[in-house]
Write a protein that binds this ligand. Structure first.
Ligand SMILES: *Cc1c(COP(=O)(O)O)cnc(C)c1O
Length: 348
């Protein structure tokens, strides 16, 4: 039996959104060519090119770790390095996959506020050591929105991209929650990526409401050379590709990708509004996407768990609440009410 009470521990706890599920059902009527030579994959590729207003090259892989690590591996040689923020998923949550798939490229970790890289941090790494003993920086990866729910502004992305150009670095964006960032900034996908200077994007479908699947999008087609082989070698070439691509086609064509992200972001803002100002409770980061991080007394944390709530506490000793496409307003209000009661008790 599936857990029926909704939890906000992760946006990956959510099920499949209706649009994605219907697309899989539609793709399931009969047989089709394998390995991406099917009409659904063609349709999804066209939907991406329309959404990004670009003649981009794209690939479908199973998850975000594969999207990020294969994208980064394609940008650098084994003796080169990748500049990332200290709390970047590629550094802390991918089990060394970027290093593994690049045959040893090193991740250079910059200490950051809120997981945001800056041109100064990038310059520091790129210009600090230029001798043969140091793994030459070749790529930069930024997470949009960051792991703590901050969104880089277009100006910030452009400034990072300009520094990358100047220093001969390629720019990758980890967009596991790309849709949430697009909703948050109210810009177009093109503005946030190639028009701002992003070379390669990992676009997350799973946290957006799909069962599985992320897209790797190359705005510079030259960088995609051999990427199909890289996917196959890494075990990331789906033979029944249409079940990865069909949901993308429908999500993009109907606008569901953005509507679902908007709902998730709205839900996070609503929750933050409900708990702001409670005694002893602090909202740790500005709520700019679908995450809310709360610092709270240990007895409140324990009390919430005792009342059956699940959540992670892996960043900065705070409790993380994530809101997905299906976040339920009543359930959010129940969580907020429990938190209020516990906070008031703790405050005496
Ligand atoms: C969830 C997530 C990913 C992808 O994780 P997988 O479990 O490999 O799909 C990548 N980057 C960030 C920032 C994430 O939050």
């Amino acid at each position: 039996m599936v857990e029926t009470l909704q939890q906000f521990a992760s946006d990956n706890y959510a099920g499949i959104c209706p649009e994605a599920l219907r697309a899989m059902e539609d793709a399931n009527r009969g047989s089709a060519q394998a390995y991406g030579d099917d009409p659904w994959t063609q349709r999804a590729a066209e939907a991406f090119r329309a959404a990004f207003q670009a003649d981009c090259e794209l690939f479908f892989v199973f998850n975000g770790t594969a999207a990020n690590s294969l994208a980064l591996a394609s940008l650098c040689q084994s003796y080169e390095s990748i500049i990332a923020a200290d709390i970047a998923h590629v550094e802390t949550d991918e089990c060394g996959a970027p290093e593994f798939f690049s045959n040893g490229a090193k991740i250079l970790v910059a200490r950051t506020e809120n997981g945001k890289l800056t041109p100064a941090a990038i310059r520091g790494f790129a210009l600090g050591r230029t001798d043969i003993h140091f793994p030459r920086p070749r790529a930069v990866t930024i997470t949009q929105p960051t792991e703590t729910g901050q969104v880089y502004s277009l100006e910030e992305i452009r400034a990072i991209a300009a520094a990358c150009r100047e220093l001969g670095l390629k720019l990758h964006m980890d967009g596991a929650r790309f849709a949430n960032a697009v909703d948050s900034l109210g810009c177009t996908p093109a503005e946030m990526t190639w028009r701002a200077g992003v070379d390669v994007l990992s676009f997350g479908g799973t946290k957006n409401g799909m069962a599985v699947g992320e897209a790797v999008i190359f705005f510079d087609r030259g960088l995609a050379e051999g990427f199909d082989y890289r996917c196959k070698q890494a075990g990331q070439l789906a033979s029944k590709m249409r079940f990865l691509s069909a949901p993308w086609a429908v999500m993009l064509e109907t606008g569901a990708w953005l509507a679902h992200a908007a709902h998730a972001n709205r839900s996070a803002r609503h929750f933050a509004g409900q708990v702001a100002g409670l005694p002893g409770i602090e909202i740790l980061f500005p709520v700019e996407a679908n995450a809310v991080f709360l610092k709270m007394p240990a007895e409140v944390t324990a009390g919430l768990r005792a009342r059956g709530w699940s959540f992670y506490t892996f960043i900065g000793d705070s409790a993380r609440f994530m809101f997905a496409w299906d976040a339920d307003r009543g359930r959010i209000d129940t969580l907020a009410a429990d938190l209020r009661a516990l906070a008031q008790d703790a405050a005496g």
